[in-house]
Design a protein around this ligand. Structure first.
Ligand SMILES: Nc1nc2c(c(=O)[nH]1)N[C@H]1C(S)=C(S)[C@@H](COP(=O)(O)O)O[C@H]1N2
Ligand SMILES: [Mo]
Length: 231
């Protein structure tokens, strides 16, 4: 009986040594200085990680804080409306937007929660999309409506001056559902809540005081990224 117990103890000892070893193998110090395991895991296989010497971040952020979770849009039933104060309202398909002249930009998304992500975006100019419907002279505000009921707005002049794009690709891959497939507004120099994802309607308006989801809950409507945070 005594021998049986010492055999069990020995077995348990061997087992614990083996499992400790396999754990410590994952944590070799050399691995840590590149990027954390959590960040690494957010990169998908085909994502570009460097662009002209700029180090890119995974296009999917550290956690999803969207108001109703990640939306899965069925592209066969999807249309993008251009509505409101326009000469002629239009409905565009996903392919209509992809057929427009494409632009690429490396832009950093800054969330008010304190994280940021520098990503290579590719998409069409919002100005070109709006031009298809033709903005009315009175229009000075662009309201983005999204599949999940989210909305936010940006002044038309900002969109034109900054050549803001509506992106369908991030780091060289098709925009992932988590980042707003089919389209995200790359709201250059604006805080994260202006980056409308899963956009389904672009409404031209003459109300610069329009308040979207977070803006109506107290967030600044201009939402400029503070100069100190820019990189
Ligand atoms: N449709 C939609 N777009 C959205 C949001 C949302 O909830 N729904 N959240 C905004 C916010 S607050 C941020 S910071 C960015 C990135 O969201 P994430 O932090 O969930 O990655 O998406 C923005 N666009
Ligand atoms: Mo945010």
């Amino acid at each position: 009986m005594k021998r049986f117990f010492s055999l069990i103890t020995l077995l348990l000892f061997i087992l614990s040594v083996v499992s400790c070893n396999s754990k410590s193998r994952e944590n070799v110090p050399g691995d840590v200085d590149v990027i954390s395991k959590a960040t690494e895991n957010r990169f998908s296989e085909l994502e570009i990680r460097d662009y002209k010497g700029i180090k890119l971040d995974p296009s999917v952020g550290p956690r999803d804080n969207s108001i109703k979770g990640i939306q899965n849009v069925d592209i066969n039933n999807y249309i993008l409306k251009i509505s409101g104060l326009v000469k002629s309202p239009v409905s565009l398909t996903y392919d209509n937007v992809l057929a427009l002249t494409a632009y690429e930009k490396v832009i950093t998304l800054h969330c008010v929660e304190g994280w940021d992500a520098t990503v290579l975006w590719k998409g069409a100019l919002l100005k070109d999309i709006i031009d298809i419907a033709g903005a009315d002279e009175k229009a000075d505000t662009v309201i983005f409506h999204c599949v999940d009921g989210y909305s936010t707005s940006i002044l038309l002049q900002d969109i034109i001056d900054k050549n803001m794009i509506l992106a369908y690709s991030s780091n060289g891959i098709k925009l992932p559902p988590a980042m707003g497939y089919p389209f995200i507004v790359v709201a250059e120099d604006k805080l994260g809540y202006k980056w409308a994802r899963w956009v389904s309607e672009i409404e031209l308006s003459d109300n610069p005081e329009y308040k979207g989801y977070w803006e109506s809950r107290g967030y600044d409507n201009e939402a400029n990224v503070p100069a100190a945070e820019k990189k």
